[in-house]
Structure formats: structure tokens, C-alpha cells
Design a protein around this ligand. Sequence first.
Ligand code: VGL
Ligand code: ZN
Length: 273
Amino acid sequence: MRRFRQGGAVPHPPCYVPWHKLAHEEPDMTHALIVIDVQNDFCPGGALAVTDGDAIVDGINALMGQADAVVLTQDWHPAGHSSFASSHADKAPFEVTQMPYGAQVLWPDHCVQGSNGAAFHPRLDQTRADMIIRKGYNPAIDSYSAFFENDQKTPTGLEGYLRTRGITKLTMVGLALDFCVNFSAVDAAKLGFDVEVRLDLCRAIDLDGVAFCRARGDDDGGGYSALSGASSTGAMLRISSASSPPSVASTATVARMIPMTRLITLAPVVPIR
Ligand code: VGL
Ligand code: ZN
């Protein structure tokens, strides 16, 4: 709660002007770097290795100094997690199963809590992290997005952290572009953050996009192959989420546009949750 000096007249600002803009009392901390899942299991030699996953680490470290806040996410599954193929009879890695919350790709065992595979890549500069957020620890629900578990309802708490820090702009980097980065970027835009995905500082699991589209319950497989081209050009992808006038875009629509477009500014997206 903001306090005012006793006795002084308190000017009443128009309600649409944020107090901190008038009073200059709060630092201009608006830009966070969100580093998604730069963990050993997603790097070469890991259980769910992404090609060249480790090639982005130095570039990510270099970006940290430019952000007002740095958040690292960490995929953090209990052994026997329901997203592991090994937890399902007759299922192999990369097959899809139905969960109560929808389609779920089944993965090799990866990022098991406390294991070396779940640790951050040794070169990732953890000392700069303001916050580390873990996800996927509920045995029954996978969590690709840094904001919501795969039931698309259970929050991780990251939104509250960013909002209470006054952060409005996010730069996203990390692994894997087609899963956790993608779902995080789409959720962030729906929540009203301005999102920039640095495609040159991401790497994808599945460059054909088949598993991705299945994970979305959208088996057309179309469009996703554009990802590899976009990624290798070092292009920036921007999702602008100014809040008015509102329009509605479905998750699938937004997701499909991400890989297909090197630099996009979407029409405003309103939360549909
Ligand atoms: C991820 C699959 C399973 C990711 C995490 O970080 O993109 N992908 N768990
Ligand atoms: Zn995982």
C-alpha cells in the first residue's frame, strides 16, 4: 500500500495514469529475460537432447546484463512422471496418449528431480537469476508453459511474480522452441505481456513439427517446418499484446503463426482463460 506524507495535499491523478509514472517512485523495471529449460537433458548427450541445444548458452548469458530481471525455468519431473513413455504400458517415446487434459506427447525419462540431467547446463550463468521457477512436478500433469501446466488452468505463479515486479516486456530464449518456449510465449501473450522470442537463442526438438502439432491436438503437421529456417537466420519474433481494443485469437492460431513467421506483430490478444 502506497503511503503519503502527512499533511500534504495529495493530488488525485486521473485513474488511468499509473501512480509510479507520476511520482517517479518506482524504478523502471519492466523487461525480463525468460530462459526456458537450458538443462543438461535438453543438450547434446542428454536424455531428450535437442540438436545444438548447448550452442545458445553463451548468447543467453550475454543477454542477461541487458534485462531488469532474469528468470530461469527448470523442467522438474518426479520419477515415474505421467509424461514419460516408461510410465505407460505399450507406449514408446514420442507417441501420443490422451490425458484428462488432452493429447500428451510421451517422452523419454528426462529432467528427473535432483538428477544431473535436470541440472542447468554448466555454462549457464545462474548467478544472475532473480528467480528459478520449476515446473512439471505434478506427477499427473505435464507443464510445457512457464505460466500454466498442460491442463491450461493450473498456474505456476510466474505471472504473479512478473506483475508484482512491474514487468511488462519479456524476451524468451531457450529449449525447446517447439514445446516449452512456444507454449510459454503463447501464454505470455495471452496474459498481456509483450513477448519477443529470440529465435537465434532457441533450438527445437522436432523440426518437422509433427509432434508439436499432435501435442496441440492438431494433426495437420502443416507449417512447422518453417521453424528451422527462421531459427537459423537469427530472426526475432515479436508478439505484441497491447490490451485494447481486444480481439480473440485461439491458442492454435497463435501457435501456428509463431513458427511460420520470422517477425510478426499480432493483433492484440486477450486472455481467453
Ligand atoms: C520440454 C518436452 C518435455 C521442453 C520439456 O523443455 O521443451 N519438452 N519436457
Ligand atoms: Zn519435461
